[in-house]
Design a protein around this ligand. Sequence first.
Ligand SMILES: Cc1cc2nc3c(=O)[nH]c(=O)nc-3n(C[C@H](O)[C@H](O)[C@H](O)COP(=O)(O)O)c2cc1C
Ligand code: SF4
Ligand code: SF4
Length: 265
Amino acid sequence: MKTTLYYFTGTGNSLWAARELARHIPDTKLVPMARLIHDGGEITAPEGRIGFIFPVYIGGPPLLVAEFAEKIDLTAADGIFSLVTMAGAGDGAWKRLNNILKKRSHPMNAAYSVKTPTNYMLLGDVLPEDQEIDVIATARSDIERIAGKINRGESVFEKGPFLMNVFNGALYPFLKGQLRAQGARFRADEKCNNCGTCELVCPAYNITVAGVNPPDWGNACESCFACINYCPRSAIQSGKKTASRGRYHHPNVSIKDLMVQNGRE
Ligand SMILES: Cc1cc2nc3c(=O)[nH]c(=O)nc-3n(C[C@H](O)[C@H](O)[C@H](O)COP(=O)(O)O)c2cc1C
Ligand code: SF4
Ligand code: SF4
């Protein structure tokens, strides 16, 4: 059976996770959700198994992923699963996405989360590099195990730690609006040399870098944290804490990979 993996990523974990799944699931194609949303028009899933691979944001799915699930025609789908990348708790993201799919009469038949390094340095610092390597190594074997279940067609809804997920999931309805507002909180400091990377990695086309002026953030932010984490000079800040904190993106996901996702390549 053919498998189509629709992915969304800010800092590469979810694209990498989709690639890892594809290594273990035969006849698999990766398709970027951001690109299809920006292309506009109808979105129709092909025949076969469909997977959604994306990060959790404050206990729910990214706004773009929710929009994609509202839009895609899943009539030809033969089994739908999701794989959420998360730093601590991801169940809320696939549950909320599944609520959208259930309303559209195409419920998932399996859902998984996999722990990957955090990219959200507003809450706390990113991990030290050796820990990032360990987390990615564990994620790699988790994804191989998950791919086995998908290949066997198992109907599994893997649940993470209960309390963490309850706490995490409860925040989403209240903080969801803040995801869009994040763009207005970013600013470039004096280290910025107008290289334009932040504009290229933004899946929401929410940043303009022109001439000698500092980059300008608009109101369409997805809160993916690609700009702040891929800026080669660590020149992007949000609030007072990020200047002293590290940056993270998946080591095997390049700026060019994000440009492909975003329809800029
Ligand atoms: C705005 C934002 C909110 C986040 N919220 C959560 C969360 O509620 N729970 C969690 O475990 N991780 C959370 N994270 C961490 C990411 O889900 C995690 O690092 C993910 O793997 C990033 O995927 P990506 O590299 O594909 O963008 C959050 C990250 C961001 C940027
Ligand atoms: S990526 Fe960083 S250095 Fe480059 S334009 Fe954006 S803020 Fe400036
Ligand atoms: S402005 Fe930054 S955080 Fe917001 S969508 Fe663009 S790259 Fe992601």
